[in-house]
Design a binder for this molecule. Structure first.
Ligand code: PGA
Length: 250
């Protein structure tokens, strides 16, 4: 049996981004109604840049695609500069021909957050499930905002953000970690593992240690990304720096 997640290593972050963007463009050509799960953070920025370029230069068509973002901060309105909805508009959606009605976000300002999480799960199911879930990884091994812990929630839920996660999001909130919301809503591990295909992007040497543990195991809730070993079609796309602890794995 082929090991999972598969590991693909590229010379630099640009090559990771370019390869994934080409694959997404091919997926859109094969199935214009493809359902994509999308991440935020620094890592996917080059990937979004490449998608924008493919749309401009090669007419890659997003008009019938559907997207679901992985997570959103609690307590800030949709238009807030720190919201992930704002992030996606700025780096991807404003630059391609996606139908805003087909872009789905968790509403971190919803009056009833449990209901909001249920609504999101129902929307994913109504869209036929996620075909391709793209993920980043926190230096603590989180995917989405599924933080390391004794237990992990299967479905979309409210999470308490760890201090390191709030620090790494400070740039969205004027550089001040204390201004980053303390809570977020996130797809759960089951939501992520139910995607037909999962691709985790990791670049840079700060991710190398985590990546090695994701590939070699053990599977543990204290490293949520290690659960990708349970997915039948998961892949890590890495640059050399993120792959530096992986001698002999391919
Ligand atoms: P980063 O964040 O891409 O900014 O490193 C990844 C994540 O926390 O999922």
């Amino acid at each position: 049996m082929q090991r999972t997640p598969r590991v693909s290593i590229f010379p630099n972050p640009r090559d990771v981004a370019r390869t994934l963007a080409r694959r997404v463009a091919a997926a859109l050509r094969d199935n214009p109604r493809v359902v994509l799960g999308l991440p935020t953070g620094r890592t996917p920025l080059l990937f979004y840049e490449e998608l924008v370029r493919l749309h401009a230069d090669e007419d890659v068509d997003f008009s019938q695609a559907t997207t679901f973002n992985l997570d959103e901060f609690v307590g800030i309105p949709a238009g807030h500069p720190g919201s992930y909805r704002t992030f996606m508009g700025r780096f991807l959606f404003q630059h391609v021909n996606i139908d805003p009605a087909r872009t789905n976000f968790l509403d971190g300002a919803a009056a009833d957050l449990n209901e909001e999480c249920e609504r999101y799960e129902d929307s994913i199911a109504a869209a036929g499930g996620i075909d391709l879930q793209i993920l980043g990884i926190g230096t603590n091994g989180h995917i989405g905002f599924n933080e390391p812990g004794q237990e992990l929630d299967a479905r979309t839920h409210k999470v308490t953000l760890r201090p390191e996660t709030r620090r790494s999001n400070a740039a969205l909130f004027g550089g001040d970690p204390d201004s980053v919301p303390t809570h977020a809503l996130s797809m759960g591990m089951g939501t992520i593992l139910h995607a037909r295909k999962a691709v985790l992007l990791a670049t840079g040497d700060t991710k190398a240690r985590c990546v090695e543990r994701v590939v070699r195991g053990p599977i543990t809730t204290t490293l949520p990304a290690s659960l990708l070993q349970l997915h039948p079609d998961a892949e890590l796309m890495l640059d050399n720096a993120a792959a530096q602890e992986l001698d002999g794995v391919s």
